[in-house]
Design a protein around this ligand. Sequence first.
Ligand code: PGA
Length: 245
Amino acid sequence: MSVRILVYDDYAKMSAAAAEHIASRVSAQPSIVLGLATGSTPVGMYAELVELHRRAGLDFSRVTTFNLDEYCGLDADDPRSYERFMWEHLFAHVNLDRTRTHVPYGAARDPEAECMRYEEMIRAAGGIDLQVLGIGMNGHIGFNEPGSAPNSRTRVVRLAELTVEVNRAKTEAEELPAFALSMGMGTIMDAGEVMLLANGEAKADIIRQAIQGPVTPDVPASILQQHPDVTVFLDRPAAKLLKLH
Ligand code: PGA
């Protein structure tokens, strides 16, 4: 198995280690293409990256970014949008070139065409070098819900009820769209390297299934076991059910 598992005492240490990992890749390859994730998990990692930029001069000026997903129908300035999330947590605080940050455009009049455009932009950028992922309670990566085809590309997806529920509780939004634009499983698997982050005891069981259970579309993240270069960053509670030696 090619999955490397790193366990840290707490969320702060996990976040710092994940940020250091990205920083080392950016320093080694200043024009790297990063795939980025939203959600509560990577918030600490983004804060650390901002610190590394401010304190240590980590240079993002030649970095290109592609986010995993966006809600259908939400404009970039909607407070619930992932574009807004990225501005709040990273884009506004580091020296990324705005023309090189990409989030699927949720309010596109033709979402299918937007998905094809997004895939084409990733291809034109030379593909994703390093993809950051969180994991949903049902094992989703990006918004690839259970049942997603292993070869799927960026497309419009219907969100699982659990996902909408969990995300609504997190954002305190009254309503969230039931559809999203999401990179596909195939798009994610094409990345040169993958980082999967998870923290908290609530994720322990799905992490066990994803990393040490069978590879199955029922647990989308389990496909990562077939990727040649995956590192999993966990805090101790999220690693609780793994067999580690
Ligand atoms: P979370 O979301 O980081 O907020 O737990 C992860 C996900 O749904 O992919």
